[in-house]
Design a protein. Structure first.
Length: 461
């Protein structure tokens, strides 16, 4: 017998409990157990007036944004529509069936105002990290760092070449990202001039690092704990290698200051294996660099490699395979010289007479009158990194570094953050920080069935 649906929308009274309609295994239930915004109102108190009409609860906006970045809904207009319709979203936001949803313009007003002034997203991020620490998900023994390119909300058609005149007084150019960019230029020394500058998002960097068509982009930099892949810090930078490497120093210092965590080893790829970076890890921070050395001394012509020359620390010289000395000074100077170049290197040279009469010249320097070796002033840290690269612990670190790349894959494929919506460096910082919050909450909800005890969080704060 064919059934027929009876009209059930004419009832006047309903017995409805929102709690009963959200499945126990729902993602938002796990996130809700791990999220605590109890101190949010105190953090934002000085940014709200004590008089006037009550505002939208800031905790409600934070929860709505967490929903948006958890499910790839980054449009505030669409987010408000989804929260209005979805029962699980209403439950997570502590809204009843009859409660009104904030207008989408409220998010923009608060993001560019009190949220950015108070750095509330960073506060929420730090609170989530502390809860991960209280749950035992962070050991602090090994950190890994990496960066990934995210396309900016900027078109190459709305850009100018460096050196060309541009009327900055035009209304379509006088925007918040442009004002932030011009303010940041005051007193800033640009080491490498960009090839193209976007007029809609001037902080974005024109790059072709992916090997395809060039585009404007930012870099999201992650510093993670290798135990469970928890993100300890996130930093937004223009898409440039030097900026990515410099952000590592900022993140390591910030994690040590805020969470009292300093790793025994730091894992990264070759881009972070510069002499300055390795020296900072070894000499200043006492961290083992599990990083490939950025080395340009390899020779492809079959002549003697650098390893064939023996270094003598006491004599401050190299010995070539034939036993001849190579020194930074071949004669005495009246005024002492350091012989340190602008690249923080020292050149050790052999005597031309020694090389001319050497039987190994064809194997050493067949196209040069004498052989020289360039040694960094931070060569001791580089040698330590080379020594670590021969250990089994280094091989294990190579595998653990993939956890950062997995987070970037999750960021782009699951959270759909492959292109920014907000503009400016501050906009990129907001989006990357929110994405980091969501990724930590999702990981924590998966690994911890219930939230960590509050007393353990207070003890670590």
């Amino acid at each position: 017998m064919m059934g027929q649906q009876m009209g059930g929308q004419q009832r006047l009274f309903y017995s409805f409990n929102l709690e009963d309609h959200v499945p126990q295994g729902h993602l938002l239930r796990g996130i809700d157990a791990c999220l605590d915004l109890g101190g949010l109102r105190k953090h934002l108190a000085e940014h709200y007036s004590r008089t006037g009409r009550p505002s939208v609860d800031p905790a409600l906006m934070i929860r709505m944004l967490i929903i948006g970045y958890s499910y790839g809904i980054r449009s505030e207009r669409r987010l408000c529509e989804e929260v209005h319709l979805n029962l699980a979203y209403r439950w997570f936001c502590r809204l009843g069936l009859e409660d009104a949803i904030p207008d989408h313009s409220t998010f923009s007003k608060n993001r560019h105002g009190r949220f950015r002034e108070s750095d509330v997203f960073r506060w929420v991020f730090d609170e989530v990290v502390r809860r991960c620490m209280a749950a035992g998900l962070i050991k602090g023994e090994g950190f890994a760092v990496d960066a990934s390119l995210i396309a900016a909300n900027a078109s190459h058609q709305h850009s100018v070449q460096p050196g060309k005149t541009c009327d900055l007084g035009r209304s379509e150019i006088d925007t918040r990202p442009m004002r932030e960019y011009l303010a940041a230029l005051d007193g800033e020394v640009i080491a490498v001039a960009p090839r193209k500058i976007s007029l809609s998002d001037p902080h974005a960097r024109w790059t072709a690092a992916t090997g395809g068509i060039a585009f404007f982009a930012y870099s999201t930099n992650y510093l993670i704990d290798t135990t469970h892949g928890i993100i300890l810090d996130v930093e937004a930078t223009p898409a440039h290698r030097n900026a990515e490497v410099d952000s590592t120093k900022v993140m390591v210092d910030r994690v040590e200051e805020r969470f009292n965590l300093k790793p025994q080893r730091l894992i990264a790829n070759t881009a972070y294996g510069t002499a300055e970076m390795l020296n900072r890890m070894v000499e200043e921070k006492a961290i083992e660099p599990h990083v490939p050395v950025f080395d340009k001394t390899k020779r492809g012509d079959g002549t003697f490699e650098r390893d064939a020359f023996q270094w003598n620390e006491a004599a401050d010289e190299y010995r070539c395979p034939s036993g001849k000395p190579m020194r930074r000074e071949l004669r005495a100077y009246k005024k002492p010289r350091t012989h340190i170049t602008k690249a923080n290197t020292i050149i050790y040279r052999a005597r031309q007479s020694d090389c001319a009469n050497c039987a190994m010249k064809s194997q050493c320097c067949p196209n040069m009158n004498f052989r020289n070796i360039v040694r960094s002033v931070h060569e001791r840290a580089r040698d330590l990194a080379r020594q670590i690269a021969t250990t089994p612990a280094y091989e294990r670190s190579r595998c653990e570094r993939k956890k950062v790349e997995m987070l970037f894959a999750h960021l782009k494929s699951i959270l759909k953050l492959d292109r920014l919506r907000l503009r400016g460096l501050t906009g990129a910082t907001d989006e990357f920080t929110l994405a980091g919050i969501v990724q930590n909450l999702r990981r924590m909800a998966k690994l911890v069935s219930q939230g960590p005890p509050l007393d353990r969080i207070a003890a670590r704060a």
